[in-house]
Structure formats: C-alpha cells, structure tokens
Design a protein around this ligand. Sequence first.
Ligand SMILES: C[S@@+](CC[C@H](N)C(=O)[O-])C[C@H]1O[C@@H](n2cnc3c(N)ncnc32)[C@H](O)[C@@H]1O
Length: 262
Amino acid sequence: MADPGLPVTPEALSALLADDDRSIAERDRLIELMTLLNRLPDPPDATRLFPRFRELKTAFLEACTGRDGELLEERFLELYAHLHMHEAPYTPTERRRMDATGGYWAHAGGLSPILRAGDWIFPTTRSVDLGAGNGFQGLLMQRLYPHRHCCQIEISSAMVAIGRRLQRWLSIPDRRVEWRTEDVTRTPLGGWDFVYLYRPVRPDGPGRRFYERLAGVLASEPQEIVIFSIADCLDGFLPDSFDRVASDGHLTCYRKRARGPR
Ligand SMILES: C[S@@+](CC[C@H](N)C(=O)[O-])C[C@H]1O[C@@H](n2cnc3c(N)ncnc32)[C@H](O)[C@@H]1O
C-alpha cells in the first residue's frame, strides 16, 4: 500500500500522463484536479456519505506513484465517481415529481465536460447545472475556473444539502454558488452564459415542454451562450442561432454568439 502522506507532484503526474491524447490545456486541468483531490482532507461526513473515499484515495495515490498512466486515470475516475455519488435520495414528494416529469437518475457527467469547460468559462461567467445532483460538476468547474456565479438546480433536497457541504470542503465562497432545490420543469430559466445539463428529464412527455422552454429562453437572450449537453436532448429544440461546435456522442457543445453591435 502506498503511503497516503506521500507528496505527489504535478510534474510526476504530467510524466505519467505523457501519452494521454487530450489537448495540453485539458491535460493540465486534469493534473490540477488530481493535485487538488490529492491535497484535500477527507470530505465531510465521509463515513456515512463517502464510505469508500479512503480506500479509493489510497488506490489513486498508489497509482500516482506508479508507472501506469491508464491505471492512474482509472483510479482517479473511481474516486471522482464516488464523490459525485450515483444514487440520490428523494423524499416521497420529490420522487413523485421525478416520476411525473420523467426525471433521470443521478448518473455522473464525467470529467470531460469539466476539463473542456475551461475554454468557455471566464471570470464574468454565470453558469448553471440543470439537474445538478450534489453539484460536484459545477463545484469543480467553479474551483478550477473561478467565475461570477454558479447556479445549481436539483430536485433532491438531500443532494443539495450534501452539495453545500462539498462546497465548504472545496473552499468555494458562498457568494459563488446559488443552490436551488427546484424542479427544472417549473423553475424560472435564463440569465446564464454557460449552461450545463445531463438529461435531467426525458425529452418526451412532460419533459418535452422543458426543452422547448429552455431553448426558447436561451435563444431570446442577447448574450453569448455556450451549452454543454451530456446525452444531448436539445438537438431539434434549438434554433439556427445556435451552432453545434462539437459532439463526441457523450458531450455535445452548442454556442450562440452575442447579438447586437460589436
Ligand atoms: C444524469 S444526472 C446529472 C447529474 C450532474 N448534472 C452531472 O452531470 O453529473 C440528472 C440529475 O437531474 C436530477 N433531476 C431529475 N429530475 C429533475 C427535475 N425535474 N428537476 C430537477 N432535477 C431533476 C436528478 O436528481 C439527477 O441529480
């Protein structure tokens, strides 16, 4: 077993990830993220909320001091996924809303949107995660790319409560994150420059209206807007003012340029 106290340097991680096929910028952000999780203490209420944290962190640290870049990534992903959590607790009322709206469970959007978002989030950005779970995606984006405001909208009140604690764990100031325990199909939408979502509701039945409304609001606003959509449901709802700038089957990115005088 590796000594969890062993220092792991960005240089050592960089050497291990030398064959990684990401861009240099994304690889550097991954290294920053790995270094961050390396240095943080145990998360809040770890025994109850994150029972495998120690085990997974030790395995990750072992890989950090090994020679296998793929194993390093695999172990880091396991640690990330554990902190993200994949089972959200819902009250009976929240569960009824989930069923009524075709809500999707708390699967993790993965590291790629976090690493790629660095190209699109600036200090003035107002971001949102629609269906945020415990908000881990938005929190990591806020921590890596400090920006004006990150709005986290999630139906599970328990996940929001956990997210608030993770925010303190990550030393992100209160004013930088707005938590809204709300149903995305009913909450007011808009006022964001960077929109992240992972299929909070199915795009048919009652969920269809949500995507229509979201597309309508985003199209009507004058500012530049970038959308990161995992398992994309917005295709077919967005008007021509949005270009699809990238898609790899998992993450689809759209961009609408600002309107008005240049
Ligand atoms: C696939 S997960 C995505 C989690 C996170 N955004 C990510 O990308 O890793 C979808 C999330 O949407 C939430 N959700 C489902 N229906 C919702 C609704 N009607 N309003 C708000 N959140 C909802 C679920 O509780 C879950 O946390």
